[in-house]
Design a protein around this ligand. Sequence first.
Ligand code: SF4
Length: 661
Amino acid sequence: MCALVRSKVPFEYCSKDDFPAMLAHWIGHVFYDILPGEGYEIREDQIFTAFQIANAVCKGKVHFAEAGLGTGKTFAYLLSAIPYARFSGKPVIIACASTALQEQLTGPKGDINTLARLLDLDLDVRMAKDPRQFICDLKANRVNNPFTGESSRLLDEVVHWADETDRGERSEVPHIPDRVWSQVAWDETMPCTICSSRGFCKLVRARNYYRSARDLIVCDHGLFFNDLWEREERIADGKLTLLPDYAAVIIDEGHKIILPAAMRAGRQIAEDDLNSMLSLLERLQGARISLLAAAISLRTATSGFFKTLYNSVLEDERTERLAVRVSNDLLRAADTLLRTLSGLHHELQNEQELYTGSLSTTRLQSFEAKIERATAVLDRFCRDGDRDAIVWVDRKEKSLWVVPRNISDLLGKFLFTKKLPVVFSSATLSIGGDFSYFTRTLGLQKPSSSSVDSSFDFAKQVFIYLPRHFSASVREDWFDPALERLVALLRLANGRGLVLVNSPSDVRRIRRGLKNCRFPFEILWEDRAERGYLVERFREEVSSVLVGAGFWEGIDVPGFALSLLVIWRLPFPAQDPLIEARRREVKKQGLNPLTEVDYPEMGLKLKQGCGRLIRKRDDRGVIAILEPVLGTPWEHIVMDAIPAGAEVTETFDTLSLILKN
Ligand code: SF4
């Protein structure tokens, strides 16, 4: 036996140089010997992906691992992540796209526990949740205070729970709505550095717990980027970083990172947030007149600014992020708000110096932090407008976001230049195996990449219907013939269809068009009920039909209930400010934004949408694209995005064979 055996790693190796070869050998042993012995089939595409990831991890490279549905990409990356964490003595980060996916991955039946059981590994895996998912004891105590507390049944319930809970996680009270949760949850303005509970409150305990994971830390994209952008500053300030030092990062659903990366690098100012602070100040007993006057001025300026802001948005119902037309009026309103924020800040500092006792030190600190954050947003907005920053209004939150335009530069500076293995894993990173759009979006030069198709047999499982007479020339008056086709398809399939559209107005228009159709099945409309409920009903009511713009990703309906996938319109991107920033960037480089941004964006989303149809080996179905494709300049993008090997038909008759079975 070798003298330098590292017992913690699940295989023997002699030296650092020996590790990559032994890792590859072990991965082969797991896939060819151990897993088949446990009833798993040998999938060459999965094994190829695992070897590619192992190679990139050992060489400290950035790697794009594209693997179609059913390939088993999670096992493929875990088999490198676990030994590499033990080899380097630091955990590997796995960043998921959502809390639900974190929970799924780490759950009792999730891939991590399954692999640990199959390989008899004793793994130390900990979940790092976004701090907003935790209660802040200080905030919860304030709500409890009869002087400042808000009364509501749900708030009372959550405050009572806060007294009892050990973990203080939102998942323990899933029925509490955002509006109430925000009254007790941690937020960036909480004065943790001077808090007397620092060191033992629930949030800090949870952070300390996951920080000491030995093998894997499973977080979401938001927390990963929060840590990445703040890391150097926190170290310089002598604060603990959000994540500990890590050996590598696997970014699952890697195609989704741009939005969380941008949001965590940017700042937000919300009207409700400022107003709730002002309401508390205005109700203060014995407050000084000048403090009250500053609060009243700020309320007027806040209302004026947000009114002008809402009048300046460019409405596009296909996105929650509305672009802003930056005018002199808006800049003037921002400047007034800035001055009044500074006035209130000054008054709060006086309050502290005068020891009036009307506000506790922690409350003062959190108000000051709120004002400083709002000031930073407005400063940047007034300075950069929409030139060097990306600016948008969040429709739901009623807030202004200002984020740096150069996310790819930040990624380069803080992530890609660190010689750290970074693996992006997803089913949709390329168009037909070409990764150039995603590579350019991240500002990379030449990452290593691997792409394998889904392990499903699309030639046998899928038919694609592209109506011939829907050519580019009839695009303008396409609605009526498309609706006719939709009705015929739904009748042929006896429901069992998911209709993907691009906007709420598409949903309304189709509903009006189908008003007089008497279908023997139910149609579930996206705007008529909560998303989770609709998906559940669609799954259970086998013949039902689901129509919406928000189901292109993240819904999993295997079996008969989804046999017909209708792409009502091709998902060309909206006037989203993040996309617009990319359009401007490629234009600056002398390229065509339409072919370099809009087409690939559409192709990637279409690929995601098509992925909804076949979820299991025995699923079969039809994908019907009702917007004209044949003869259009984007025909090749569509052809690259639809399931490879699926038979394309232009006539309706062929479909009955598959839909009637
Ligand atoms: S340390 Fe921070 S999170 Fe913990 S109770 Fe204090 S303010 Fe809240």
